[in-house]
Design a protein around this ligand. Structure first.
Ligand code: AMP
Ligand code: GLY
Length: 419
């Protein structure tokens, strides 16, 4: 069986790594792919119809989409039209990530716990809302803004500025509607689940580290590391999330006629009043996926095909009890300006330390592996306990170097503090 993965970041490399272990998997194609990802065949195509034609020509039995943009653009609809099996929600259902108001209205309609909010269509309206909620308050651009559309404002001035930024056109169409939200306080966790509409099966819990600096300080990034499981999700909380978030999500999709056969990612804030959904993503998390998939013992390809074919009730997902940690190594300066093209050393040595090195932003130059993005590598390892996983992962990280390489030394600090 041939598999096609769309996009080529660290999350996609982890998906490729796990899918390749599938009993029936022959070739894993990755579009556009990265020649440093061992075991994948890069495919230099981006356009949706051309990808579907590629899938037909190469007998692809499963296509998996990494990022949200192609899902929101309707790649699932294009593939299904041609009877090609693809893992992900339709364009209509992808609005759960593509539009904050769509997601909020969905949550309210189906009694999924979330922060109080107002949809605002003008600056005056949004400024009034900001004052009604009072600081701290959260201001969000409605549409996809590459992870930059959310401001947790500590003051009215900061919130006003965020409103102006949204409406100034900085986020294009995405910012023309503004969501003003109650600010929730607590610890965050990421819960992913597979659903085919009839069944919903959670994956192992995880937590990511969005800020650039140690102690979760400084600007937001795409994610500087993650670990699984997240001990903030206690047994009781897990049960509440299953019933009040995941099951209501599944039933809500059915009631609203949304065709959802893929993975749903619920970003959860654990508040004193129980878990509340901060956001839905209609795809795997990055870098949560790197840590979560390292613990998956079941055949991922089989589980995904069952999801696409509506047979998820026949699947059980088995997890290693061993925790996993992913540390992201980034280019110095990220998430601001950074240089590219620096030669990376120590990759093979790192792999001898019991870690897997997932490539996110790398390229090949002559015979060297060089940096080619902000987030460059996701070094990931498992251990009999969290401390051993951390020792392994940082031992591997310490083998790797390039000019101005940066990583955080405190991944999983919240889990350690609970021990
Ligand atoms: P979102 O893209 O909606 O998940 O927002 C990105 C990040 O902003 C979340 O992971 C939270 O850290 C933070 N955030 C979003 N909404 C809220 C909220 N209502 N209260 C507090 N923090 C929030
Ligand atoms: N790690 C957060 C995300 O993938 O959106």
């Amino acid at each position: 069986m041939n598999v096609l993965i769309i996009a080529s970041g660290g999350r996609e490399h982890a998906l490729a790594w796990k899918l390749r272990q599938g009993a029936d998997v022959d070739t894993v194609y990755c579009a556009p792919g990265n020649p440093n990802m061992t075991g994948i065949e890069p495919v230099a195509i981006e356009e949706m119809n051309a990808l579907a034609d590629f899938a037909i020509r190469h007998d692809v039995r499963l296509t998996v989409v990494g990022p949200e943009a192609p899902l929101c653009d309707g790649i699932v609809d294009v593939f299904r039209e041609k009877s090609l099996p693809i893992f992900g929600p339709t364009k209509e259902a992808a609005q759960l990530e593509g539009s904050k108001t769509f997601a909020k209205e969905f949550m309210v309609r189906h009694a999924i716990p979330t922060a109080a909010y107002r949809k605002c269509l003008s600056a005056d309206d949004a400024r009034d809302c900001v004052r009604e909620f009072g600081p701290p308050v959260v201001v969000k651009a409605d549409g996809l803004a590459a992870g930059k559309g959310v401001t947790v404002a500590q003051t009215i001035e900061e919130a006003d500025q965020a409103v102006d930024e949204c409406l100034s056109g900085r986020f294009g169409e995405a910012g023309q509607i503004v969501v003003v939200e109650e600010c929730l306080v607590g610890e965050e966790a990421s819960i992913l689940a597979f659903t085919d509409g009839k069944t919903i099966i959670p994956l192992a819990s995880s937590q990511d580290h969005k800020r650039i600096g140690e102690g979760d300080t400084g600007p937001n990034t795409g994610g500087m590391g993650a670990y699984s499981p997240a001990p903030v999700v206690t047994h009781e909380l897990w049960n509440t999330i299953q019933s009040d978030v995941l099951e209501r999500f599944r039933k809500g999709c059915n009631r609203d006629g949304l065709d959802y056969r893929g993975v749903i990612y619920a970003g959860i804030m654990v508040t004193p009043n129980g878990p509340k959904v901060l956001e839905f993503n209609v795809r795997f998390g990055d870098p949560e996926t790197q840590a979560v998939l390292m613990r998956l013992e079941s055949d991922l390809a089989q589980a995904m095909i069952a999801t696409v074919e509506g047979r998820l009730d026949s699947v059980t997902l088995d997890w290693s009890p061993e925790p996993a940690v992913c540390v992201v190594m980034a280019s110095g300066g990220y998430p601001g300006k950074y240089e590219k093209g620096h030669v990376i050393t120590g990759l093979s040595e790192a792999e001898t330390k019991g870690a897997v090195v997932f490539h996110a932003g790398t390229a090949r130059k002559n015979n060297d592996v060089v940096t080619a993005g902000g987030r460059v590598l996701g070094v990931t390892a498992k251990g009999r306990d969290l401390q051993q996983a951390l020792n392994r992962v940082y031992e591997a990280v310490d083998c790797i170097d390039w000019k101005d390489a940066y990583h955080r030394r405190d991944i999983a600090h919240r889990a350690l503090a609970r021990m």
